[in-house]
Design a protein around this ligand. Structure first.
Ligand code: DGI
Ligand code: FE
Ligand code: FE
Length: 186
């Protein structure tokens, strides 16, 4: 399928605000892919599909996780569920077979230790796309130009700090493991 066709399909699946966010993630990922020599097409596909499951009900997300034997996610916050389910839908409904693209979608919310360059790009682009306004985002926008690992480390540090102040018990183990792994680059 051509990228333009896929864009129209995704546009039909998402509310307009979320589609705008998605286009922001696509353009940010494209720049980073060129800068860090990753396949442009992989970056575009992963970015376009990363939040495809964002508006499914928790019941529907739960069902998808159960049928894919990914029930560990059910022990943790539903806010994270759309990421692994997005990867399931990308494979089943959009026929994406490339494991790097599928993992970039799966881990876009939590991150994980030792990410591939594509995984880091999608994780960061989601956090810094032009529509984002959270505190500290500008310093990550600058860091990303210099050092991808340091930018990932700072993003995880900010996310863990934000989540700890909200509800400490609710941080996904992948987020914590990623934070511990990338801490070395801070
Ligand atoms: O889907 P987006 O809004 O574009 O962004 P996202 O997929 O990065 O994350 C959505 C929400 O998930 C955001 O409010 C932060 C939260 N989040 C990220 N990591 C964790 C988390 N929430 C919990 N409970 N645990 C996490 O580890
Ligand atoms: Fe998301
Ligand atoms: Fe997103």
């Amino acid at each position: 399928m051509k990228l333009e066709e896929l864009k129209q399909q995704v546009k039909g699946q998402l509310p307009s605000k979320r589609y705008e966010h998605t286009l922001g993630v696509v353009s940010t990922s494209e720049k980073l892919a060129m800068q860090y020599q990753v396949s442009l097409e992989s970056a575009q596909l992963a970015a376009l599909l990363h939040d495809i499951a964002k508006y499914l009900s928790n019941d529907c997300l739960k069902e998808k996780l159960e049928s894919a034997n990914e029930t560990d996610y059910l022990k943790y916050s539903p806010l994270v569920w759309h990421a692994p389910v997005g990867a399931i839908i990308a494979r089943e409904e959009y026929h994406i077979e490339n494991l790097d693209i599928l993992n970039a979608i799966k881990y876009h919310t939590t991150g994980r230790p030792n990410m591939t360059t594509l995984e880091k790009i999608i994780f960061l682009a989601d956090y810094i796309e032009p529509g984002r306004t959270q505190p500290g985002v500008d310093s990550i926008r600058e860091l990303v130009q210099q050092d991808l690992n340091m930018a990932v480390a700072k993003t995880l540090a900010d996310t863990v700090a934000y989540l700890s102040q909200k509800s400490k018990a609710d941080i996904h183990p992948d987020t914590l493991a990623a934070y511990e792994y990338y801490y070395q680059y801070l």
